[in-house]
Design a protein around this ligand. Structure first.
Ligand code: ADP
Ligand code: MG
Length: 517
């Protein structure tokens, strides 16, 4: 797609340039270099520790193969190149949460280089993904004025992903983070829960002068459009790194805040200081933490206690073959195969379990098996998608349930969709049935029976009610005869109410028109 190279109105003086460093704790059974448990839910401090992750002298680390696999799978899912040779390095620094006095990380030879994530029509390139170990957790206890250390987290496998400075807005930061989170979960590499600190985002941001903003850039656009390329390669400004951000929303907020702060500095003719800043979510402000350290401060050198990794192409191929269908591909397939709307498909693929549930319900629905032409099956899929993304998710939000925990089996969800498709229950009644199913797990037809919610389609039953309603509302009858069509709506409403929503509205209308003459 060639893009416009349009001039933009004067308003915009600076363009934000953003690169992310994202850490994710891998959901392995054990830690990165020892057999201590990796249990994010352990509440008692210093339970899952051993001499290795506590850095006792004379102990030796061993590489957790599962962690290596998870990073490689993530790299493959993102279209990156998997290293043939990879190596761990020591990153030396002192901090009380780091028992060994160094962190085992990767410097020159990360497991993955390259890859990308498409975000709002733009391509965000990934620089690298490497594997390292997490640190312990410091707890500042106000009452005793002491700082406590919990080493349960020390040595948990941690993946670090670095992007190129391809991001331009806070919104793109959020979308990138959400897309990566989804992929990590699909691949089964990380639970990536931001609130639990399983995924952590650091935002690097600088400003540069801009005379135009491209609406959409991707690699093709740039190669086809040299002027855009030139502007894209304009020198970068001094960057600031914002840390301690624990939601994508806050990451987006931090970007907006920094754009404002840095442009005010530049407007005054001053220079932005390269530094690390923290994020105060209560004030919605970043604050200076420390001057930026550089790589040589860490005195990186190859970890002498671990062998380098030679990663065979067969090993990589087997991991590639085991990759699941990824969210983007699944979304596109749902749109293609079931004719779902983009937004509905997007909601369904946010969580793999939800998408699986949707498809399980479709295959359970009776009409799927019978020789129905393509169209009714698609309608059924749409009905199920609507039930899930509408009423079911609403009910789940109320009690903070996950799809894995709910009582409604895919069979019963499929059956309810059948009942709607066959006009056996009205949409209104279906909602009520779904709420009952959600509460008890009961079969939908049993609920319809018990609560008398079967749709009334028999014209004689409806006629009885309609006659009764007309008799009770002589004024509405008069109005209708005078040509007030609104009174038909009123009478319809009364009949529906009297039938407690079980009357088929189409038949109610026919019957009323007939009776009113
Ligand atoms: P450092 O050496 O300071 O750690 P890196 O080159 O390793 O910097 O980049 C760290 C992160 O900062 C990457 O995500 C990168 O895309 C981003 N980045 C680098 N330079 C800039 C810049 N001028 N403005 C915004 N982000 C940048
Ligand atoms: Mg760096």
């Amino acid at each position: 797609m060639t893009s416009t190279n349009q001039k933009v109105s004067n308003g915009v003086k600076y363009e934000a340039v953003i690169g992310l460093e994202i850490h994710a704790e891998l959901n392995t059974k054990t830690k990165m270099f020892c057999s201590s448990l990796n249990d994010p839910d352990e509440k008692h401090p210093n339970i899952n520790i051993c001499p290795i992750c506590m850095g006792h002298p004379g102990t030796l680390p061993t590489i957790n193969e599962d962690a290596v696999k998870k990073v490689i799978s993530t790299g493959l899912a993102l279209g990156g190149d998997i290293a043939e040779f990879s190596q761990f390095d020591r990153k030396n620094y002192f901090y009380p949460d780091l028992p060994k006095g160094y962190q085992i990380s990767q410097y020159e030879y990360p497991l993955v280089k390259g890859g990308m994530i498409g975000v709002a029509g733009r391509t965000i390139r990934i620089t690298r993904i490497h594997l390292e170990e997490d640190t312990g957790r410091l707890i500042h206890d106000k009452s005793s004025q002491a700082t406590l250390v919990d080493f349960n987290r020390a040595g948990i496998p941690l993946m670090e992903l670095v992007t190129e400075p391809d991001i331009r807005t806070g919104e793109e930061v959020r979308l990138f983070g959400e897309a990566l989170q989804r992929i990590l979960r699909y691949v089964g590499a990380s639970d990536a829960d931001m609130e639990k600190g399983q995924m952590r985002v650091e935002v690097n941001i600088s400003l540069r002068r801009s005379t135009q903003i491209p609406t959409r850039i991707n690699a093709d656009t740039i190669s086809e459009n040299p002027r855009l390329d030139q502007r894209e390669s304009a020198p970068l400004g001094t960057k600031v790194e914002v840390k301690n951000i624990n939601s994508f929303k806050f990451a987006a907020d931090a970007v907006e805040f920094e754009i404002k702060r840095q442009s005010e500095i530049l407007d005054r003719g001053e220079k932005v200081v390269q530094e690390t800043r923290g994020w105060n979510e209560h004030k919605g402000e970043s604050f200076s933490q420390r001057a930026k350290e550089s790589a040589h401060d860490y005195r990186y050198f190859p970890e002498p206690d671990l062998p380098p990794l030679n990663i065979s192409r067969d090993f990589v191929a087997s991991l590639r073959a085991a990759l699941p269908e990824l969210p983007q591909a699944k979304q596109e397939r749902f749109i293609r195969e079931y004719g779902l709307e983009h937004g509905i498909a997007e909601i369904l693929v946010r969580e793999k379990h939800l998408a699986d549930y949707f498809e399980a319900a479709i295959s359970e629905a009776k009409q799927h098996d019978t020789e129905t032409p393509e169209k009714p099956r698609r309608n059924l899929a749409k009905t199920i998608a609507a039930l899930i993304t509408g009423e079911l998710l609403r009910l789940m939000r109320e009690v903070v349930a996950e799809i894995r925990d709910i009582h409604i089996t895919p069979e019963n969800m499929g059956e309810l969709a059948d009942m709607i498709a066959e006009d056996k229950v009205s949409n209104l009644a279906a909602k009520q049935i779904l709420a009952e199913m959600f509460a008890s797990g009961e079969d939908p037809s049993d609920i319809a029976e018990r609560l008398g919610l079967w749709q009334m389609s028999g014209a004689t039953d409806i006629e009885d009610i309609a006659r009764h309603i007309i008799k009770e509302n002589p004024a509405a009858l008069e109005d209708y005869k005078k040509g007030k069509t609104a009174s038909l709506q009123f009478l319809m409403g009364q009949v529906m109410k009297e039938s407690r929503g079980t009357a088929n509205p189409k038949i109610v209308q026919e019957v009323l028109k007939k009776l009113l003459g």
